[in-house]
Design a protein around this ligand. Structure first.
Ligand SMILES: NC(=O)c1ccc[n+]([C@@H]2O[C@H](COP(=O)([O-])OP(=O)(O)OC[C@H]3O[C@@H](n4cnc5c(N)ncnc54)[C@H](O)[C@@H]3O)[C@@H](O)[C@H]2O)c1
Length: 324
């Protein structure tokens, strides 16, 4: 297939691009590099440095794209609470412009990076796709809004749409000559921050809240290896059916407290990871653990690197060799 990957210079989009190319697809990447990295771009893909709002300049009516995989967007729950207008503009309006362009270009398949943040403080654990959606931050609200837009697009125009709701993505893609890991700036994700502390680049790790109703009082999250996540996108692309919007949670179904993650980082790196406990952050749910039963049953998805140890170990290899 000829596929457009938005956000293909970012952490997850650049890994998925590699898998798509390996599977024999033709890939064009649309990314304005606002948070992505030119070095992460796959050399065998075509690159268009274009913003989501201008997607129609790439998705022209005669461009012949079969599908879009949409990763581009802003991803910080914290920033989304202080800059809501920017999050709505990029994650919602930008995504709608992309959808308009995809429709005009006759694109039949669309896979979207949604998030566990759409569920907010979950009413049940593990979280199912049918669980109540009640985001507690603007980031999650923008993602839920675009999920709903995709449902409408499937109803109204017969799009074959899939939303993949990722839980916490971790680890790295490591091959001879290629290493892709997390390099968000500013980094807000726990594992890369803990690795920076272990490497001596930060003095300490801030743990936001230790009075949650969890085993040690710190938040519980479900982690998924970026390679397992990437594989699910290829399965979703194949499983997409015209006129349907399918939604799948992607996680491992086991939760780790923030303190447990810090312990694994200390164990893998062999370095101390000092922590300081700070107040809870606004909008942070206590526990987010996925049920991915639907992805297993309908996509045939099986994670190959489900352990936190594997994820931290790959992330550490990437960190030591590529970000010092
Ligand atoms: N990383 C996670 O743990 C996680 C969890 C749940 C969902 N997601 C979702 O997955 C997607 C990818 O996340 P990531 O971690 O790879 O993020 P990332 O920041 O590494 O990549 C995002 C990419 O999108 C590009 N981009 C942003 N706004 C753009 C715009 N307006 N026009 C064109 N390009 C633009 C950036 O330059 C960057 O290359 C995001 O949509 C995110 O919400 C990520």
């Amino acid at each position: 297939m000829k596929l457009l990957v938005t956000g293909g210079a970012g952490y997850i989009g650049s890994v998925v691009t590699r898998l798509l190319l390996d599977a024999g697809h033709e890939v064009v990447i649309l990314d304005d590099l606002r948070t992505g990295h030119a070095e992460a771009l796959a050399p065998d893909a075509t690159f268009a440095q274009v913003s989501l709002h201008d997607a129609a300049t790439v998705l022209t009516p005669d461009s012949g794209f079969d599908g879009v995989l949409h990763f581009a967007g802003l991803i910080s729950a914290g920033d989304s609470m202080t800059q809501p207008e920017t999050y709505w503009d990029i994650n919602m309006i930008g995504s709608l412009r992309l959808l308009d362009a995809a429709r005009a270009a006759g694109v039949r398949r669309f896979v979207f990076s949604s998030t566990a943040a759409v569920y907010g403080n979950p009413a049940e654990i593990p979280i199912r796709e049918s669980s109540l959606k009640s985001p507690t931050n603007t980031y999650g609200a923008t993602k839920l809004a675009f999920d709903l837009a995709l449902t409408s697009e499937a109803w109204g125009h017969g799009l074959a749409a899939v939303s993949l709701r990722y839980f916490n993505v971790a680890g790295a893609y490591l091959r001879p000559g290629v290493a892709i890991g997390e390099r968000h700036d500013p980094e807000t994700h726990l594992i890369p921050i803990a690795l920076q502390v272990a490497a001596g680049k930060r003095d300490k790790l801030m743990l936001f809240g230790d009075d949650y109703p969890t085993p040690d009082g710190t938040c519980v999250r479900d982690y998924i290896h970026v390679e397992d996540l990437a594989q699910a996108h290829l399965l979703a692309l194949d499983a997409a059916k015209p006129g349907e919007h399918r939604i799948y949670n992607l996680g491992n179904g086991s939760g780790f407290t923030n303190r447990q993650v810090v312990e694994v980082v200390a164990e893998v790196t062999g370095q101390p990871v000092p922590v300081e406990v700070a107040h809870r952050r606004e909008g942070d749910p206590a526990t987010l653990v996925a049920s991915s039963d639907l992805a297993h049953a309908e996509l045939g998805w099986t994670p190959t690197k489900p352990t936190l140890h594997d994820m931290v170990s790959d992330a550490w290899t990437f960190y030591r060799e590529h970000t010092q």
